[in-house]
Design a protein. Sequence first.
Length: 411
Amino acid sequence: MDERSARGIDRRRLIGWGGVAAAGAMAPLVNPGIGQAGPTRPDRRIPPDTRPGGAYDRYVARLAAEDRFAGVVLLSHRGRTILSRSYGMADEEKRIRHHEGIAFSLSSAGKPFHAVAILQLAQQGRVQLADNIGKYLTGFSADIADRVTVHHVLSGTSGLNTPELDVQRIFRSRQEVREHCARWARQAKLVGIPGTPTTTHAGAETAIPALIVEAVTGMTYWDYVEENIFRRCGMTGSAFYTRPQWLTDQHIAHPYMTVAGGGRVDAVRTLDQGSSLPYMPGWNPGRAFIDAPGDGGFATAPDLVRFARALGDGTLLDRPWADVLTAARTPIGPASFGAYGIPIEILGGQWVYQRAGGNPGVGANWSIYPDTGWVGVILSNRDDIPLTEMMEKESQAITGAAPSGGGGGGG
């Protein structure tokens, strides 16, 4: 290693994501035009395509005008909001429009929370990533308990397969959801070699980390994440909301899912109807009562920016453990890799960490550009938006690079 390379590594150890000292103060989120004037001189670090009136802004406005997008998009640079747009209705029945304070269902975009929770416990010495899951959990078959490690389930290399979910079941309580999830995870079968990359999407890899969090802390997964991630980050509009809250709280977006014939219905108000989407036929997210441990949750766009900043400034994880979260592991494309629940890629000469999620009536993605301090958020209460294309347009506006064909991770 030459002297210049060594200096670069030392500098990265001392600097938080986005070039802000990890131990230093970070600027609060700012909505330009609300309580604070914008900069007197243009910031040359801000690409024109990311600004109000720029290419990305015009693109999203066109989607909304064509009834192809409803929700919130937000671009933030080093903690300062550069672009924030809201379109459409959060609740059509009550005529509540979208705005920055609306919380959206995240679907799989909330899965990295369980990886952060496990790494917090690893940082404290209460969990070891190399341990077999049988050290923490009972009821799994011996081949799983003794061969599958915490690292395997976090990295998507467990070799597990899980039975299909009963998408028609309507859950009535948090306890019913917890007990069902625990039983379902323990029905997993070992169908591959642990440590070997697979293309299967094993639900047990989501549930098992959450069950470990519960076993180690004595808290429900939902309470642990709300206390140790959401509250610590200042994510005051984020939570694991229940179906009754979804129905009554005016700050939660209702999911408008696509049904047979191409129409849309409010999923949480019509539990008797199911999605016509080919990847989730018959599913209705409102039937779940609350998201299964390890999955989902609700967040506002500014809260996801706060989460992204907290990952980079030491609020959630010490610097080395934050690096463990985003370390490139399994190659999944020419310049894209799997990490602990967060697909990452090299785009325009910089790293991009992205996590997308999709459910009936749900489309969500957050992106972190750690080398340049950008965060992008896309949240929608529709399942028919061109989410992948929107992610590509966002990245292109920020990095100036064409999409590489890597994955942002959904489902």
